[in-house]
Design a protein around this ligand. Structure first.
Ligand code: ZN
Ligand code: ZN
Length: 134
């Protein structure tokens, strides 16, 4: 079982199963939302994500209509995002994990929007925009 929490630890959650995919988004919205070069997320069926505490602290911001970015209203930590048209999928912010996880399936998206100071690791797939659907 994988555990995660926000910076103030008011929100705690568990993820059932494993992290099978690490998508690192460098788009302008993710850079602003994270304060960093991008956000590493794992898309998960929402049934595998269980909130243990802090439901009352959750707030959301919609930079794009139809997509909620959910964060802790006390400390500001990004926790996950969810699209209205894909309500059964959460994109969990992996920086909030407390458990060590490894995942070979890593890739970078929206690299054309990355910050001028941002560098990408060699050898990991990268896409100029969204990841093409297979
Ligand atoms: Zn918090
Ligand atoms: Zn993004």
């Amino acid at each position: 079982m994988i555990t995660g929490s926000c910076l103030c630890a008011g929100v705690r959650y568990v993820i059932d199963g494993t992290i099978d995919e690490v998508s690192i988004c460098h788009c302008g919205q993710c850079r602003k939302a994270s304060g960093g070069g991008g956000i590493a997320v794992c898309p998960l069926p929402s049934s595998r994500f269980r909130l243990l505490q802090g439901q009352d602290l959750l707030r959301e911001f919609r930079a794009t209509p139809g997509k909620a970015r959910v964060f802790c209203g006390r400390c500001g930590s990004p926790l996950y995002s969810c699209r209205d048209d894909l309500p059964d999928t959460l994109r969990v912010r992996l920086g909030s994990l407390d458990s060590p996880v490894t995942c070979a399936n890593r890739y970078h998206i929206h690299v054309d929007s990355r910050a001028s100071w941002d560098t990408l690791p060699e050898g990991e797939p990268r896409y100029p925009g969204a990841r093409p659907t297979a």
